[in-house]
Design a protein around this ligand. Structure first.
Ligand SMILES: Cc1ncc(COP(=O)(O)OP(=O)(O)O)c(N)n1
Ligand SMILES: Cc1nc(C(=O)O)sc1CCOP(=O)(O)O
Ligand SMILES: [Mg+2]
Length: 205
């Protein structure tokens, strides 16, 4: 059984809080990540102030992308850090900075990075990209077997990301992904974000 991890589009407009509320009200979303690429710090802070109450009121974890320092300062539930977002001192230093807040770490297709991250205190490891994605120029391709391998030896949850949609997600669920992280499958769903969440949850079983 996998859970749905929703990530924001890279840029958001003034109506985004309403679209987000509709998406979260459509079904069980476990975590929401604010991922604003190329945004100024002030804009990220304003977005967190507007969106975190919408998310937390629905008992969904609010995760900030890229910035552990801001996640702590703004009281987010956690931060998601890529290998290039980690502070000096790596995952251990990020773990200390975040105190009780959750820490997720991108591990691409690397078993070694994932083992290191888990041992240093990550709350989840993320593997990807599993499928072609139009959302970003993904640097790595992960094979589905890595999910089964991880789940068979580790307790730390794993997230699958990259090009996941209602048509291809069943094999990731089957392989043992704890969370499926999606952007396009929800925000670019032809019938809107609520339909996107419903389609994902139905396909995830
Ligand atoms: C859940 C989840 N997994 C992976 C990523 C990718 O993080 P990163 O490698 O730092 O790339 P950017 O998202 O910063 O472009 C993620 N954000 N969330
Ligand atoms: C943000 C991100 N990280 C990836 C990785 O492989 O680490 S793939 C990706 C994009 C995910 O968006 P979509 O669900 O639209 O494909
Ligand atoms: Mg990053």
């Amino acid at each position: 059984m996998s859970a749905l991890y929703l990530i924001s589009p890279p840029r958001i407009g003034p109506d985004f809080a309403d679209a987000l509320a509709a998406a979260l009200d459509a079904g069980a979303v476990s975590a929401f990540q604010l991922r604003l690429k190329d945004a100024a710090e002030d804009d990220i802070c304003r977005a967190v102030a507007a969106l975190m109450p919408v998310v937390q009121a629905r008992d969904v974890a609010f995760i900030l992308n890229d910035r552990a320092d801001l996640a702590v300062r703004l009281g987010c539930d956690g931060a998601h850090l890529g290998q290039e977002d980690l502070p000096k001192g790596g995952v251990k230093a990020a773990r200390a900075l975040l105190r009780n807040a959750s820490l997720g770490v991108t591990c691409h297709d690397s078993r070694h990075l994932a083992m290191e991250a888990a041992e240093a205190g990550a709350d989840y490891v993320a593997f990807g990209a599993f499928f072609p994605t139009a959302t970003k120029d993904a640097k790595s391709h992960a094979e589905i077997e890595i999910l089964a391998w991880w789940s068979s030896i580790m307790e730390v949850p794993c997230v699958a990301i990259g090009g996941i949609d209602a048509g291809n997600c069943a094999q990731l669920v089957e392989a043992g992904a704890d969370f499926l992280a999606v952007i396009g499958a929800v925000w670019h769903h032809p019938d809107g974000s609520a339909a996107g969440v419903r389609a994902m949850l139905a396909a995830m079983g």
